[in-house]
Design a protein. Structure first.
Length: 169
């Protein structure tokens, strides 16, 4: 179990049963999931059970909450990278929380967690080639483009970024 991580404005913490409604709202929002695998069709009960079972086997998932009032504003973590067989940064914010710098704040905290605690040598960022926000975020996080394009499992082209732990450069 990962201990909560505090940043300037956020707390990243393990998912709790009371997150199920917010989590469901995030996963079923077509705007939020536009460049991911599309809006989920699961209901709230599915997410209640999913959280109770400990989430996904292939991912580390944390809730993103505001320090000021505890409000759930998204999820983040690492997922198994299909292209490079390494950890991929996963940051998903509610739409009304875009354009506030939260993505960068989360990304910086996760990169630190990945290198300092999980001892990853390389952390990847994978962005749909049309997803300008995600591409800008990878660049702001100091990630370098790894190759021109790869393909998601679903066949969509993506741009792969990576950042290496300082000692591994
Ligand atoms: C990908 C995603 C996290 C990026 O969000 P974002 O809002 O573009 O990025 P940030 O949260 O870092 O915010 C940066 C923007 O906020 C602005 N900003 C406003 N207030 C700010 C502040 N206090 N501090 C820093 N930046 C601030 C910055 O200028 C920047 O705008 P710009 O890109 O026009 O220059 C978000 O679009 C999202 O959750 N999308 C849906 C899920 C998804 O597809 N995730 C990608 C897979 S990982």
């Amino acid at each position: 179990m990962i201990s909560p991580i505090e940043t300037k404005r956020l707390v990243l913490r393990p998912l709790e049963p009371q997150d199920a409604c917010d989590f469901h709202g995030l996963e079923t929002d077509p705007a939020v999931k536009n460049f991911l695998n599309g809006a989920s069709k699961h209901d709230v009960d599915y997410y209640k059970q999913w959280i109770a079972k400990g989430g996904s086997e292939n991912s580390t998932i944390l809730a993103i909450t505001l320090r000021i009032d505890g409000r759930f504003i998204g999820r983040c973590g690492f997922t198994k990278n299909w292209h490079c067989d390494g950890p991929e940064l996963d940051i998903v914010l509610k739409k009304d929380c875009w354009n506030s710098g939260y993505g960068q704040e989360v990304g910086e905290a996760l990169i630190k967690l990945g290198f300092d605690e999980f001892k990853y040598d390389t952390i990847f960022g994978v962005a749909d080639f049309k997803h300008v926000r995600s591409i800008k975020l990878c660049k702001r996080l100091g990630m370098a483009q790894r190759q021109d394009f790869a393909l998601r499992k679903e066949g969509r082209p993506v741009v792969v970024y990576e950042i290496r732990r300082p000692s591994a450069k």
